[in-house]
Every structure is written in structure tokens, then in C-alpha cells.
Design a protein around this ligand. Structure first.
Ligand code: CTP
Ligand code: CA
Length: 225
């Protein structure tokens, strides 16, 4: 199906979306990562193309096909994701940070495979990764910036805190304590949090949720301009 660049709710707008996990190397054969499937970000990219947007998807390692008409940049680490996001968002109108970025990475990457020692306990030194969405949102002429919040409790108050702390325009909050939705599931239920509104969306297929989220984002973007 051809993209409707002239007619959709995001007609002609440029979107940058991050998706999937990041991988933080420890040595040549090992890494720290998480269970993010990338499905939500890829579905958002597809829905945004259908709404008429030009979409770049900055993706960590996932097992998903690239949606039609989407420009895909593959990265592994959070640092590489930041670099790709900084260069792509210099031109974009809307930035959606859907990736499950590793909060910390090993402070040093061993040049050779780490050998098992005599000790029963091994300690890893980790260093904080840059916050990609906060970095983009704090720039002069920042795009309209959307973050996700993966929480297991006090969903709305943690989301409001992230909205303010990271200077975001919208947070899409997600209850990751529920095993029926989120991370590896095809379904998701989210709460939209802006500076002056809290809106709960019902549980639905990620594909359908993506369309609904893109509609909400388009409306908020236009109201904010
Ligand atoms: N995010 C990011 N860069 C990071 C960490 C998170 O861009 N280094 C983005 C995510 O893509 C998401 C939002 O920030 O859009 C919130 O991620 P989350 O993990 O919920 O927030 P954190 O600030 O990392 O807080 P915590 O994990 O302690 O809840
Ligand atoms: Ca985090």
C-alpha cells in the first residue's frame, strides 16, 4: 500500500523513532541486554508511515521485518543509539523514544574473552548510559518529544516525574508488572500523560494501539505548534 503523504494526520512530517533493546558489550562474546521485542516501535513506525510521515527507525537488535517506506538504522549500544538519534533528529518534527535502553553499561569492554576465575563471586562495574530522550528534548529547537515509561507501580506519578525531568511533551506509561501485556506480548494497555492531562487507553493489539497513539501524537503535536 502506498503511503498517503498528502492526506494523513502526519502528512509530510519527519518522525524519528527508537525501538528494541540495546546491547552493552562486556567482552567480544558477551553483553548485557533486556527482553524488549521492538514490536511497539516497529508498529508505531508503520502507523506513522500510514499517517503520511517520513519515518526513520533507529533499532537495536530485533527479529522484525522493516515496515515499507521506513528508513531503518541498526545499532547495538546505547551510545550508538544516541549518536544516530542526535544526527537524525537535527531535521525531525517528532521524536518517539520507544527503545528499552540499558540504563548502565559495563564500564570497560575487555579486549579478550573474560576467563572464569577461582572466586565464586564476580563483580561487574557498570557506568550510567546517556539518557537519549532527555538529551534530544533538551536541545534548542527540540522536536516534539514522546517517551515511554515502563513501570511496575505508581504508574502515573512516576510517568509525571519522567515527563518533567526529561522535558518531554508526552509520556506513554506502561504497566510492565502485568504479564498479559507489554514487553514480549502482542497486546498492550497504556496511559497517556502530558503536562495537563492523564488519558487511559484500553488494552488492545499493539498494531491497533500504534494507530491510536499516532492519532493522539498528531493531535498533541498540532495543538502544541
Ligand atoms: N530512555 C532513553 N535513554 C536512556 C533510558 C531511557 O532514551 N538511557 C527513554 C526510553 O526510551 C523511554 C523513557 O526514556 O522513552 C523512559 O524509560 P524508562 O526506562 O522508563 O526510564 P528511566 O529514566 O530509565 O528510569 P527507570 O528505568 O529508573 O524507571
Ligand atoms: Ca530505564
Amino acid at each position: 500500500t502506498a503511503a498517503s503523504f498528502e492526506t494523513g494526520s502526519l502528512a509530510g512530517l519527519r518522525l524519528t523513532i527508537t525501538a528494541g533493546p540495546t546491547r552493552e558489550p562486556l567482552d567480544p562474546v558477551r553483553y548485557i541486554s533486556n527482553h524488549s521485542s521492538g514490536k511497539m516501535g516497529f508498529s508505531l513506525a508503520q502507523a506513522a508511515v500510514s499517517a503520511g510521515a517520513h519515518v526513520t527507525l533507529i533499532s537495536g537488535p530485533v527479529n522484525l521485518a522493516t515496515p515499507d517506506h521506513v528508513t531503518r538504522l541498526d545499532i547495538n549500544s546505547a551510545q550508538d543509539m544516541l549518536q544516530a538519534a542526535e544526527s537524525d533528529t537535527a531535521q525531525c518534527d517528532i521524536f518517539i523514544a520507544c527503545a528499552a535502553v540499558a540504563d548502565y553499561r559495563p564500564s570497560a569492554v575487555a579486549e579478550h574473552k573474560i576467563k572464569k576465575g577461582k572466586e565464586e563471586i564476580m563483580e561487574l562495574h557498570l557506568i550510567k548510559n546517556p539518557d537519549i530522550v532527555a538529551t534530544i528534548a533538551s536541545k534548542v529547537n527540540a522536536p516534539f518529544t514522546v517517551g515511554f515509561a515502563a513501570e511496575t507501580r505508581d504508574i502515573v506519578s512516576y510517568a509525571q516525574d519522567k515527563l518533567v525531568r526529561k522535558k518531554l511533551d508526552l509520556i506513554i506509561a506502561n504497566d510492565v508488572s502485568r504479564t498479559d501485556i507489554g514487553f514480549n506480548s502482542d497486546d498492550n494497555a497504556v496511559t497517556l500523560v502530558t503536562a495537563d492531562q492523564v488519558t487511559e487507553l484500553p488494552m488492545m493489539r499493539k498494531r491497533q494501539l500504534a494507530t491510536s497513539l499516532i492519532d493522539h501524537i498528531a493531535q498533541l503535536y498540532k495543538a502544541n505548534r
